[in-house]
Ligand binder design. Sequence first.
Ligand code: GUN
Length: 298
Amino acid sequence: MSTANRIDGKAKAAAIAEAITEETATLLAEHGVKPGLAVVIIGEDPASQVYVRNKKRTAESCGFHSVQHTLAADTAEADVLALIEQLNVDPSIHGILVQLPLPGHLDEQAITQAIVPSKDVDGFHFVNIGKLNAGHIADAFVPCTPAGCMLMIEDELGKDLSGKTAVIIGRSNIVGKPMFSLLLQANATVTVTHSRTRDLPDVVASADIVVAAVGRPDMVKADWLKPGAVVIDVGINRVEKTIDGETKMGLTGDVDYDDAMTVASAVTPVPGGVGPMTITMLMANTLRSARLALGLEG
Ligand code: GUN
């Protein structure tokens, strides 16, 4: 029995990408500029390779100038910083993204903070984090995954979340913390839970909105949820799945999707929910950066 709405992130992302493609064509026609996205990947993490390939493909299909820098796993930090500096001053590049996680010898903080804030389309620079937390979203870059989650929540509940309670599971810098700021700014009453939280199911039971971003396959069950909750599943877990007696590797989220669909009002699937929205938000941030560089509205 499934009663909830399956939130189709793939379709929504495609519709937004279409609008971005049109705006990109207009920008080129009127200003002779293509949004430029540089993606840097260091090492051979297989999941990262898939994500970077998808980002490049989407950037090209939107009509962007898209470049990829693939560096060996043992690249020295000074060489990574030199590449970032070169991209920082390259006028054809409006967005720079260094794919995480990085090989162990590289300092993630030093690398993400070396990207000039005006090209930080991941929203990881302290200037952008500070602007988001202070409510200055007008000229901040908001991290892509939380930005995509907010658009899907807005579709279900509207822009103003006054009176709604939200529970975020996971306190990462990429998802949990920026999600807190965005939900708070939309007037939700927000709780951030994490590995040290006690009685997590009881906390989740109060939530009108649940955002799960912990990396634990199928952790959130129907009996954790308030009836009618909107459930956003950020997890991407590689698991063995048995379909028709055949065992294959497949993807699953942090939410037991079929179970949650019996109680929630809306749930994002994995794959096909948050993932495609994240990539499209990266394109939106890059287009915005190109517009801002031209002195246009973002
Ligand atoms: N690795 C997983 N998610 C992300 C993301 O949003 N940005 C970057 N740069 N790396 C990631």
